[in-house]
Design a protein around this ligand. Structure first.
Ligand code: HEM
Length: 144
């Protein structure tokens, strides 16, 4: 990501933070509308899940300037998602639902540049998660 893209993600997410609860619910409503088959993968309360997702997104956004520091946590998240049975197609579906949600939340502020910046940010996180999930030795040297 370019510094300009990082700034665009940070600035736009600042508008989402105050409405994070609603944005999270909107995201899951949209996700289960376009991909109802994903609903059974979520075992807990969707409001709790929504808060976890928005908190994690906030952490990643805050960490974009020093993304290397975030990589181990993102890789661990990716390995947990392998356990949740998430595949590559699901990552694409979730990415689309996320962009759609941001568009609803940001309105006119969701410019083509902001969309590009979020697309790059999501791709960065998703590919890091997917790579970690595909490594057989990813649980470390003590994995059985
Ligand atoms: C940027 C990408 C993503 C982020 C930041 C993210 C974040 C999270 C977080 C923070 C949790 C809470 C549990 C944990 O930390 O392990 C979680 C759980 C989960 N996520 Fe994701 N996630 C992402 C992508 C996806 C995708 C693509 C799917 C596909 C449907 C998905 C499905 C799930 C499921 C099924 C759970 C477990 C829910 C449960 O146990 O009830 N996530 N995710």
């Amino acid at each position: 990501m370019t510094p300009v893209q990082i700034e665009a993600v940070k600035t736009s997410f600042a508008h989402i933070r105050p409405i994070a609860d609603q944005a999270g619910i909107l995201f899951y409503d949209r996700l289960f509308e376009v991909a109802p088959e994903l609903r059974p993968l979520f075992k807990g309360d969707i409001r709790d899940q929504s808060r976890k997702l928005m908190t994690m997104l906030g952490t990643v956004v805050d960490g974009l300037d020093d993304i290397d520091d975030m990589i181990p946590a993102i890789e661990a998240l990716g390995r947990r998602h392998r356990d949740y049975q998430i595949n590559d197609a699901d990552y694409a579906t979730v990415g689309q639902a996320l962009l759609w949600t941001l568009e609803q939340g940001l309105g006119d502020a969701f410019t083509p540049e902001v969309r590009e910046a979020w697309t790059a940010a999501y791709a960065l996180v998703a590919t890091t998660m997917q790579k970690a999930a595909s490594k057989s030795d990813s649980s470390g040297p003590l994995a059985s």
